[in-house]
Design a binder for this molecule. Structure first.
Ligand SMILES: Cc1ncc(COP(=O)(O)O)c(C=O)c1O
Length: 396
């Protein structure tokens, strides 16, 4: 798994490039630039310096003692990606890709965003490097994430409302791709999740793997051991693969991905990404399409399966591996369980994440097994305005 993808961009049967011919050259150019730059010492130094002096890395590892006591007998550590500049892990990848774009001589960046965090991170990277920035966003998401729209505009980005289809993320992705096809010579598309055609899954994974690298080192220093379990929420897969990637060689660490179950059976409800209509399989997000993330009794092990060609190329990368050696698990977080866990965490002195369904799922559905778990978890604050007003009522 650590050696993947192969030269054609496949993770086993997943991956590859299924895009219009016009974009093939841009993807090749991006991959070539990345492969060259990752061996370039000056690029590594620049990235490291920005990570340290601008993003605020390394992020702390906070032990949530009281919360762990409420849940059982184990130690719980939170990898505080919310303490990055702009409030989430998305900045790790946005800065990395913007830096590549700058070195490729591209002056314009486009991105798409749903929750707004990736848009804010991209707008921030563009402001830092003096690049033009346009962020596509569905009108429904714009209304939901008003604050992040405001932040992007403050940073000098153009936020382009998308009124087609369901007016959410997948429509924004379509519009961003249309823009890229038209402006490919001057423009780089910063994708924020482990999705899309090769080389995006590989590059996003690599820029996010700083999370797991730091977490492993920090937890070893604090506990003199490796963690038993690593839990992360799975939306587009970037924080989870960021946490898991460095842990893959350590067979004793259980890797658990948690996806939001949402409020109801219908697509489009908060947190429901693609769970509607399929009763047995636990669903994983594959860029607007669906992939089966975990099948069978007890919802494990995780066996991602693409659905047709679209699903195949748009890989959900939390654990795209069928290897039997290491158990990887997928869970769907029940809405109420995630709510409850979020409140308990805040009230037990932990960070007050307001992270929408995805992030809270990471806290809410950590499997309660006996014995010394140590669970780093990547997360951040989003959806404050959306979730906030309901909180006093739920506390009662
Ligand atoms: C704070 C936060 N956590 C998690 C996610 C889910 O995305 P991913 O699975 O790519 O980390 C998002 C997406 O915007 C986010 O903003």
């Amino acid at each position: 798994m650590r050696a993947l993808p192969d030269r054609r961009g496949y993770f086993g049967e997943f991956g590859g490039k299924y895009v219009p011919e016009t974009l093939m050259a841009a993807l090749d150019e991006f991959e070539t630039a990345y492969r060259k730059l990752r061996r370039d010492k000056s690029f590594a130094r620049e990235l490291e310096s920005i990570a340290h002096n601008y993003i605020g890395r390394p992020t702390p590892l906070t032990e949530a003692r009281r919360f762990a006591q409420l849940c059982g007998d184990f130690r719980l550590f939170l990898k505080r990606e919310d303490l990055n500049h702009t409030g989430a892990h998305k900045i790790n990848n946005a800065i990395g890709q913007a830096l590549i774009a700058k070195r490729m001589g591209k002056r314009r960046i486009i991105a798409e965003t749903g929750a707004g965090q990736h848009g804010v991170a991209t707008a921030t990277a563009c402001a830092l490097f003096g690049l033009e920035c346009a962020v596509y966003m569905g009108e429904v998401d714009m209304a939901r994430q008003e604050l992040n729209v405001f932040r992007m505009r403050l940073l000098g980005a153009e936020v382009v409302p998308v009124s087609s289809g369901s007016r959410t993320l997948k429509d924004a992705i379509n519009e961003a791709l249309r823009d890229w096809v038209t402006n490919v010579r001057t423009t780089h598309y910063i994708l924020g999740s482990v999705l899309g055609p090769h080389p995006y899954p590989m590059i996003v994974r690599d820029f996010q793997s700083v999370i797991g690298r730091e977490a492993l080192e920090q937890i070893r220093k604090r506990t003199k051991k490796k963690p038993d379990v690593a839990v992360a929420c799975v939306g587009g897969g970037s924080n989870s693969i960021g946490l898991f990637y460095e842990m893959l060689p350590h067979k004793s660490i259980r890797l658990v991905g948690v996806e939001a179950g949402g409020r109801g059976p219908n697509l489009g409800g908060p947190g429901v990404i693609c769970g509607a209509g399929l009763s047995q399989a636990v669903q994983g997000l594959v860029d607007g399409g669906c992939g089966e993330l975990a099948l069978g009794e007890g919802q494990h092990p995780v066996i991602p399966r693409g659905r047709g060609q679209r699903g195949r190329q748009l890989l959900t990368a939390a654990a795209a591996d069928r290897g039997p050696a290491q158990q990887r698990e997928g869970y769907v977080a029940a809405h109420r369980g995630a709510d409850r866990a979020q409140l308990l965490l805040g009230q037990a002195g932990g960070p007050q994440f307001v992270a929408g369904e995805q992030g809270r799922g990471g806290v809410g559905a950590a499997p309660g097994e006996p014995g010394g778990h140590r669970d780093p978890l990547g997360d951040g604050d989003v959806d404050a305005a959306w979730v906030g007003p309901a909180v006093p009522e739920r506390c009662a």
